[in-house]
Design a protein around this ligand. Structure first.
Ligand code: ZN
Length: 276
């Protein structure tokens, strides 16, 4: 399928697509330690409180979901639905968000970037968080109507407290539940993630990512049969990671997910962004 962001036919410059290690948002903010905003518990409470007031006044919609900047933890946008269930672009793994589902935002007009892509040129009209980090873009001018907005990979998170935890030094080492197996012949790494699946919850979600990854699912268990719950968990995590169904398998014996095709860093950031 044609990528709607890419216009025209031009040759690709080799090497252009290989992003340096680390997320665009992180590169934009430079050294995360120097700019890190310390969230003390009082401040966090205030933030949550102010959003609660805002959300009840602005919307009666139950699916109104607030998202926060992964760099600074400020409120960025409210979405009708959950970003980790939406499709991603193949090019840069940005989340494709139906513009009608971006209900409310505190984004600032950023710069217009022109990128060379395979098969053409792409213009990104970027939106920045109040901290200056680019978090989203669209393919036509800021003031124009567009069908889709793109959320930059790992730029927004569901839970601002998890974000502040992540940026503390110890939060960035891999959690206990995730082991990395280096594959031979440069075939990359396989991730082995210890998982616990909790059925009969309100919806799919990731509740914990420490000694175990605790995945909640809506599926019910009839007569002790976890088959449906397991399958919902695997599908949900596959979406979170932006992987394909071939890349994520459940090893029932080991109680672990076996994940291929994604680095441990990317997997960890995407999981952290989706945690509630
Ligand atoms: Zn920010």
């Amino acid at each position: 399928k044609r990528d709607p962001c890419i216009q025209g036919e031009r040759t690709m410059q080799q090497g252009f697509l290989s992003l340096p290690d680390g997320h665009p948002a992180m590169m934009a903010m430079g050294d995360p330690n120097s700019k890190q905003e310390k969230l003390d518990p009082e401040e966090e409470k205030k933030r949550k409180h102010s959003f609660a007031t805002f959300s009840s006044a602005e919307s009666s919609n139950e699916s109104f979901v607030p998202y926060y900047c992964f760099a600074c933890g400020s409120f960025v946008m409210a979405v009708d639905g959950r970003l980790h269930q939406m499709p991603r672009r193949k090019t840069d793994a940005a989340i494709v968000l139906d513009a009608k589902k971006r209900l409310k935002h505190r984004l600032h007009q950023g710069e217009c970037k022109t990128l060379k892509r395979e098969g053409g040129v792409e213009k990104q009209y970027r939106w920045h968080c109040t901290c200056g980090v680019p978090v989203s873009y669209q393919s036509s001018e800021w003031s124009s109507e567009c069908n889709f907005v793109y959320v930059i990979d790992c730029s927004l998170a569901l839970n601002p407290s998890i974000v502040s935890l992540y940026w503390r030094e110890e939060g960035r080492v891999l959690p206990e539940c995730m082991a990395v197996r280096e594959e031979e012949d440069g075939k990359g790494e396989t991730l082995v993630v210890q998982i616990e699946i909790v059925p009969e919850m309100k919806r799919f979600g990731i509740a914990k990512f420490e000694d175990k990854m605790v995945v909640e699912v809506a599926s019910t268990v009839v007569g002790g049969d976890m088959k449906e719950a397991n399958s919902e968990a695997v599908k949900g995590v596959t979406k979170v990671l932006g992987s394909s169904s071939k890349q994520v398998k459940l090893d029932l014996g080991a109680g672990a997910l076996i994940i291929n095709g994604i680095s441990s860093k990317d997997a960890m950031r995407r999981i952290v962004c989706a945690m509630h």
